[in-house]
Design a protein around this ligand. Structure first.
Ligand SMILES: NC(=O)c1ccc[n+]([C@@H]2O[C@H](COP(=O)([O-])OP(=O)(O)OC[C@H]3O[C@@H](n4cnc5c(N)ncnc54)[C@H](OP(=O)(O)O)[C@@H]3O)[C@@H](O)[C@H]2O)c1
Length: 244
């Protein structure tokens, strides 16, 4: 991919991995639009990086998706890169969680329905522009899940499967489909848990290396090793990740 001169939308670009990707795209002379729910945090990013364009909205709401599409069509019709990054992770027990239905809905809606809907809604723009890409962020947890976050892991498996199938559908179009498969990254999502995390900027470094070479599946950090272990011994990979 040509990594400069694009118009890039990054969902969840106000924090963690999304913010690191946004900063890199901006530094490479791309127009970068980031989204998030928290307007204060978006404004802070804008203060720190004046070139950044922000859009506030909860992507679980159809009205926010509609407003975002309208905003892009009117102000950024050159959009050619969609980064489906925003997600939440809830850790709870199916036996003990009192608010389980709300949590299931919100997690699936943010992590799976929103990226799928946004892709469908923005494909007309992506198809009409050149050097287009869809970049989906899954997780090493699609290879082997952890017990504490069943719904999160299920959404990431779905994102992996969906990315492959969409890549097949679009292989004769001008839109390339990429997937970032992160290991544990030091972000607000993982605050207070996990060891040997990599930094968001290390992820960005590895991803841009793959992205610029059209490597569609970008296994980051230890997920390369996990993929290998899973190929040799799925049971061992499961054991390693179960209590992750
Ligand atoms: N960190 C890791 O170790 C790790 C590992 C594997 C995969 N990942 C994946 O990497 C991606 C980024 O994660 P992260 O660790 O960078 O998380 P993060 O720091 O918590 O950032 C999540 C971003 O998504 C936004 N967001 C969350 N829910 C939203 C919603 N309903 N509507 C709109 N925006 C929403 C948040 O902004 P607001 O709160 O302001 O809405 C924030 O900008 C996710 O897809 C995650 O699953 C992370």
């Amino acid at each position: 991919m040509i990594t400069t001169g694009n118009t890039v939308l990054i969902t969840g670009g106000s924090s963690g991995i999304g913010l690191s990707l946004a900063k890199r795209f901006l530094s490479l002379q791309n127009t970068v639009i980031i989204t998030g729910r928290d307007t204060t945090r978006l404004q802070q990013v804008k203060n720190d990086h004046p070139g950044m364009v922000t859009f506030a909205g909860d992507l679980t709401e159809q009205s926010a998706l509609d407003e975002l599409r309208l905003f892009l069509e009117q102000h950024h019709p050159g959009l050619n890169t969609l980064v489906n990054n925003a997600a939440v992770q809830y850790n709870y027990s199916f036996v003990q969680e009192p608010d389980i239905l709300t949590k299931i809905d919100y997690e699936i809606s943010t992590n799976l329905s929103a990226p799928l809907k946004l892709t469908g809604m923005l494909l007309p723009l992506l198809l009409q522009n050149k050097n287009s890409a869809i970049i989906n962020v899954s997780s090493g947890l699609f290879i082997a899940p952890k017990q504490s976050a069943p719904v999160y892991c299920a959404t990431k498996s779905a994102i992996h499967s969906y990315s492959k199938a969409l890549r097949y559908q679009l292989e004769n179009s001008g839109v390339k489909v990429f997937e970032i498969i992160p290991a544990l990254v030091d972000t607000p999502m993982t605050a207070g848990r996990g060891k040997s995390k990599i930094s968001p900027d290390q992820l960005t470094e590895e991803f841009f290396n793959d992205f610029s070479k059209d490597r569609f599946e970008s296994y980051i950090g230890k997920t390369k090793l996990l993929k290998l272990i899973h190929r040799i011994s799925p049971k061992l990979a499961d054991r390693m990740m179960k209590n992750g």
